[in-house]
Design a protein around this ligand. Structure first.
Ligand SMILES: *[C@@H]1O[C@H](CO)[C@@H](O)[C@H](O)[C@H]1NC(C)=O
Ligand SMILES: *[C@@H]1O[C@H](CO)[C@@H](O)[C@H](O)[C@H]1NC(C)=O
Ligand SMILES: *[C@@H]1O[C@H](CO)[C@@H](O)[C@H](O)[C@H]1NC(C)=O
Ligand SMILES: *[C@@H]1O[C@H](CO)[C@@H](O)[C@H](O)[C@H]1NC(C)=O
Length: 349
């Protein structure tokens, strides 16, 4: 009798959603929690992929897995749909450090949050990316002012004061290092401070085949070496003239060329989509076969996906609190909902 009721329920569910059902389709998706090791494995692969295909700005680190859904796929395998919350790290994309070794920006340093919907295929125990859709945004000024009233906010990347500060800082660095001549490829972020009046900037550079002396004669002929090497600089430029600048240059990495930076943005040409903005939005800049469009996977098996139950407002301690009610029970008998969102690895924005 119970089985019959369940069957009726299912049939109704399917009918009302009018999902076509093939003869041998598994009807239910597998339930795994956001903090399940399998979810974490999928998320790690997705974050790696997002970072290695990001064309501008900084690498991102996983902050939390917000949602996960696992669906059977025809004829074999499973689809993993995840919603991920990311945080900007201090590593620019030209930095060879893997994102998991990069420092996440402290919450006082005007954090940038990323959000991605990703779809992966799990086949024979290993994951591959099918699609991802990301965007990112800086924390709101109101939030920052609440946490830290004196913290500087991000400035618009094409602000004249920012561009001047970058040019002055790089000129000073090049003047102090006669042996190599660095050229700007991208302004990563900038903050305009009062007390003292100054501009603090971060920018990516490329090592050219020129010395300082060569550059004085023909700067336009100073191009990246064949074994291209990138670097990253931080500088603070006081309005009254003092400049502190430090740069690190990374070794050549086999197969890593960042052609879009050396060809399209040499000299620091700001991507048009970033002009007027304070950061390089993950929405705009990426490459690779896992495209933004989510329609590429016609392989998806039709399944009875449980209707989304209201998810409790994100609350870090809630899941472990014994006085907290158990997770909501799905309308399909015996089918529970995943425990989500998962833990927060860094901080809540
Ligand atoms: C990254 O961190 C891991 C774990 O802490 C460490 O084993 C590894 O050597 C680090 N890699 C780099 C390139 O620093
Ligand atoms: C740097 O490379 C470019 C292109 O190969 C070349 O035209 C230029 O003369 C080189 N500059 C120096 C100083 O070697
Ligand atoms: C500017 O630099 C000079 C010399 O390095 C230093 O004496 C002075 O204190 C600096 N001014 C500020 C405002 O940092
Ligand atoms: C920055 O770029 C935006 C969009 O192109 C433009 O409207 C704005 O005037 C630019 N700002 C400066 C200072 O050039």
């Amino acid at each position: 009798m119970k089985a019959l009721v369940a069957l009726l329920l299912l049939t109704q569910l399917l009918n009302c959603k009018s999902i076509p059902v093939g003869p041998f389709q598994p009807l239910l998706s597998r339930v795994i929690d956001c903090d399940d090791p399998e979810s974490e494995e999928a998320a790690a692969i997705a974050v790696d992929y997002i970072n290695s295909h990001n064309l501008h700005g900084y690498k991102f680190a996983l902050n939390s897995i917000e949602k996960i859904k696992v669906l059977p796929r025809r004829p074999t395998g499973e689809l993993f749909l995840l919603e991920l919350d990311l945080l900007q790290t201090e590593c620019h994309i030209v930095n060879p450090l893997p994102a998991e070794n990069c420092t996440v920006r402290p919450i006082t340093d005007h954090v940038v949050e990323g959000e991605c919907d990703v779809k992966l295929l799990k086949l024979d125990g290993s994951f591959s990316m099918l699609s991802r859709k990301c965007h990112s945004k800086p924390d709101s000024a109101e939030d920052i002012i609440q946490i830290c009233p004196d913290c500087p906010l991000l400035a618009v990347l094409n602000d004249t004061r920012v561009i001047n500060a970058v040019n002055l800082a790089l000129a000073q660095y090049n003047g102090e290092h006669e042996d190599v001549y660095l050229r700007l490829v991208e302004i990563g972020r900038a903050q305009i401070l009062h007390l003292p009046d100054s501009v603090s900037v971060e920018f990516a550079v490329v090592v050219t085949n020129c010395s300082g002396k060569d550059a004085q004669e023909h700067v336009d002929g100073c191009l990246p070496e064949d074994q291209v090497r990138f670097g990253f600089c931080k500088a603070s430029v006081l309005t009254e003239g003092n400049i502190t600048v430090s740069c690190e240059v990374y070794g050549h990495q086999a197969g890593v060329t960042h052609d879009h930076l050396t060809k399209e943005h040499l000299g620091g040409e700001i991507p048009s989509l970033s002009k007027g903005f304070k950061h390089h939005d993950l929405r705009h800049f990426h490459r690779g076969p896992a495209q933004d469009t989510s329609d590429s996977s016609s392989q998806e098996a039709p399944v009875a996906t449980p209707p989304a139950a209201p998810v409790a407002k994100r609350d870090v301690g809630a899941v472990l609190d014994p006085s907290h009610p158990p997770p909501p029970i799905d309308p399909i008998p015996g089918h529970r909902l995943p425990l989500c969102p998962g833990r927060i690895r860094h901080y809540q924005v």
